[in-house]
Ligand binder design. Structure first.
Ligand code: NAG
Ligand code: NAG
Ligand code: NAG
Ligand code: NAG
Ligand code: NAG
Length: 432
């Protein structure tokens, strides 16, 4: 290609003439034939030998090794290079690179096929300084080990990096996972010699379902590889592999110190702070939810996107109410993606006691029920007392209230009611 570009001006100069004479195809043909038949190709370049991949327990970080072809062993005045191609299952594409070395480390998804090809490339005096790539290549295809009970691999592996301080990862177990199974999480990154087990498991119903990395920081902007495997009385579980960079899973703490200030020029200034985290404030963005209750009681809700931790709005009518809450996340200048924080508590202007409209009705309803219940009980008591008093008057003077009550209410209550009634009796007597 480079060669072609060098001669391109020449071609362009000849092009009008060639085109007129209809000789362009001919010219191209000559050019191509000449290129293909260039001298120098006396050497046959063989592909590398003994291609192999070595697994040293790094969750898919495999070492690819090969040797130079023995036919080229005694070649002097030659520059040897290799072209390595391997399938990156995480990116779903072939990676192509050139190296002088006979070894290369690459990351593979161990639950998929490992596919590698290597070519030999010769250059230097021995080839008239022309680069020659071997026609053939060495190839390796390694199928994933077929171990583990079918359909028992963990799924939905997600991590949350709380305020860029505490990392927690959870997964979902397959429904086919035997009840006796115990799952393990292993992880590896470039700073580790070997895969390491989860420092502290998160349990749900006595079963491992996640890992808490608090106090064991993992590197940011670096691929972390995870494997969830396990064993059970019915045999090993199928391992599942995942990979991510933790800075893309940050959930910031909810903003706080939400402050509202009115300015004399009918402006409302809202400002807030994010609790300290490891990130700079330049990496944050916010969403403000504004509830507006107009003087006529109409409620309006809107979301405002904010790049700075403050906002100024026109404050329209002194009889209106404005409520705000804020949430934050890392912006796309700093990370590829981020999770919204929880909402800050809501703050209103003018200040209101109960700002959560969803909570208030329930509270009132509950207290109304209690009042009604108390009122019914009180009415019942009074009527009972009145009825008892009237009955007592009608009956023989010796007969007591107590003897009438058990027919209506259980014994335990009888004592209390009779006591209340005896004290009330006086008033009833007076009244009657
Ligand atoms: C390369 O040279 C060594 C020692 O000079 C010799 O034993 C070997 O057979 C040679 N190999 C080839 C492929 O010519
Ligand atoms: C993870 O560990 C930290 C510190 O020990 C603790 O505060 C947090 O609650 C743990 N998270 C879970 C989900 O157990
Ligand atoms: C799980 O994976 C780790 C790391 O590769 C390995 O050391 C361990 O033996 C595996 N456990 C099971 C039960 O397969
Ligand atoms: C005041 O009114 C304007 C226009 O109707 C509106 O855009 C603005 O959000 C209002 N300000 C507040 C604080 O409600
Ligand atoms: C505020 O709104 C109420 C009801 O719509 C209206 O009566 C009042 O004049 C308004 N006040 C101002 C200052 O606009």
């Amino acid at each position: 290609m480079i060669f072609f570009l060098q001669f391109f001006p020449l071609f362009v100069r000849f092009l009008p003439m060639a085109n007129r004479s209809g000789a362009l195809p001919l010219l191209m043909l000559i050019f191509l034939t000449w290129r293909g038949g260039m001298p120098c190709c006396a050497i046959t370049v063989d592909p590398p030998e003994d291609l192999a991949v070595l697994d040293s327990g790094r969750l898919g970080r495999l070492e690819i090794v090969w040797r130079l072809p023995s036919s080229l062993m005694n070649m002097t005045k030659c520059q040897l290079q290799y072209q390595l191609e391997y399938f990156n299952a995480y990116k779903n594409k072939w990676e192509v690179l050139r190296t002088l070395s006979t070894t290369y480390s690459a990351q593979f998804d161990l639950s998929k096929d490992v596919q590698v090809k290597v070519f030999t490339i010769l250059n230097g005096e021995c080839t008239n300084n022309k680069m020659i790539k071997s026609k053939d290549y060495s190839e390796l295809l390694v199928k994933p080990p077929n171990t583990g009970i079918w359909d028992t691999e963990a799924t939905d592996f997600t991590c949350m990096y709380h305020n860029m301080e505490n990392l927690e990862c959870i997964w979902t177990s397959s429904q086919r996972t035997p009840a006796s199974a115990q799952q393990n999480l292993f992880f590896w990154h470039r700073l580790l010699e070997q895969a390491v087990e989860c420092p502290s498991y998160i349990f749900s119903g006595g079963v491992r379902k996640g890992c808490n990395f608090t106090g064991k920081p993992l590197p940011e902007f670096s691929d972390i590889y995870f494997c969830v495997n396990g064993s059970s009385s019915e045999g090993p579980l199928k391992p599942a592999y995942f990979s991510l960079q933790i800075q893309n899973h940050v959930k910031a703490a909810a903003p706080d110190k939400l402050n509202l200030q009115t300015r004399p020029d009918r402006h409302l200034e809202i400002s807030w702070e994010n609790p300290a985290g490891k990130f700079s404030v330049d990496c944050l963005e916010w969403e403000v939810r504004h509830h507006h209750v107009g003087a006529d009681g109409t409620i309006l809700s809107k979301q405002i996107h904010a790049r700075n931790p403050s906002l100024t709005l026109t404050f329209n009518n002194s009889s209106e109410i404005n409520c705000f809450k804020v949430r934050s996340r890392l912006n796309s200048y700093c990370v590829d993606k981020s999770i919204w924080s929880d909402w800050s508590p809501e703050t209103c202007h003018p200040e209101m006691k109960n700002i959560e409209p969803t909570v208030e009705p329930e509270m009132t309803l509950v207290s109304v029920y209690i009042y009604i219940a108390v009122a019914i009980v009180a009415i019942l008591m009074v009527s009972l007392c009145v009825w008892a008093a009237i009955n007592m008057k009608k009956s023989k003077p010796g007969k007591k209230v107590d003897s009438l009550l058990p027919k209506l209410i259980p014994k335990t209550l009888t004592l209390g009611v009779s006591k209340i009634c005896s004290s009330k009796k006086i008033t009833t007597d007076v009244m009657v």
